[in-house]
Design a binder for this molecule. Structure first.
Ligand code: PEP
Length: 255
């Protein structure tokens, strides 16, 4: 049975003390989770150790990171390797977020190397895909997302794919307040699952978690998570406020 997951992407927000306060507030109000209903929190690198300590006492809440380098070590000033992340108790690494693709020029080939680094260091990948507005307007989003999946993930074996979660994040919905409708989300999630089924078989496709991301809030989470192929969410802005993030987690638990 595939997992339901709600993952927080704090991006470049919150000072160390603010991050500690947010996790503390989450701890005090977190509803009961389970083996199949998990939460991931991905703070900035500087907060990882502190957050790891705080999360150690919260069941089924895992530590995430927002990126890693595509090499295992070396002269890459300012970069962080997957091995370093693992050594701070990170379990999930977000790879291929549209902001990394757009502002840092990360392409599918580079992302495939990052995926390999994460998996070879015994962590899980949250692989982001999603189309810009002009692709959606041209109705070519299915083929666009398919290419992102094929180039970034399809070099993996079926066994390796077990440690991968996919996040579909239409770029036009990220941080814009313009959420995809539940029909748009379901259509794309079903398409992603069918592309995985074609490559890896129906069993693998049925077991992979596919999260929706893009202006997800407590007010729209229940409708999105009710879709048959939506297994939770990757949450940006609404993950920075404890009450909003808890509202989204509660919607996942009820879905
Ligand atoms: C994101 O950046 O992954 C995201 C989904 O952001 P927001 O929820 O703010 O749209």
């Amino acid at each position: 049975m595939r997992k339901k997951i709600v993952a927080a992407n704090w991006k470049m927000n919150l000072k160390l003390a603010e991050g500690a306060e947010l996790v503390n507030d989450l701890y005090n109000t977190m509803p009961a989770l389970s083996n199949n209903c998990n939460v991931v929190i991905a703070p900035p690198y500087t907060h990882l150790l502190q957050t790891a300590t705080q999360l150690a006492v919260i069941d089924h809440v895992y530590l995430g990171a927002q990126n890693c380098h595509h090499e295992s070590s070396g002269a890459y000033t300012g970069e962080i390797s997957a091995g370093m992340l693992r050594s701070t108790e990170v379990d999930y690494v977000i790879i291929g977020h549209s902001e990394r693709r757009q502002y840092f020029g990360e392409d599918n080939e580079l992302l495939a190397r990052k995926v390999n680094q994460v998996l070879s260091n015994s962590m899980n990948v949250i692989y982001c895909c999603g189309e810009p507005l002009e692709i959606r307007d041209a109705h070519t989003q299915n083929i666009y997302v398919e290419q992102q999946l094929k180039k970034g993930l399809f070099h993996l074996s079926a066994e390796q794919l077990i440690d991968v979660v996919i996040a579909y994040e239409p770029i036009w919905a990220i941080g814009t307040g313009r959420t995809a409708t539940s029909t748009q989300a379901q259509d794309m999630h079903a398409h992603i699952r069918s592309v995985i089924a074609d490559q890896y078989g129906a069993d693998v496709a049925a077991n992979i978690s596919i999260l929706y991301g893009g202006s997800c809030k407590p007010s729209n989470a229940a409708e999105l998570f009710a879709c048959a192929d939506v297994d939770g969410g990757l949450i940006g802005g609404a993950s920075l406020k404890a009450d909003e993030f808890i509202g989204i987690i509660s919607a996942m638990i009820k879905s």
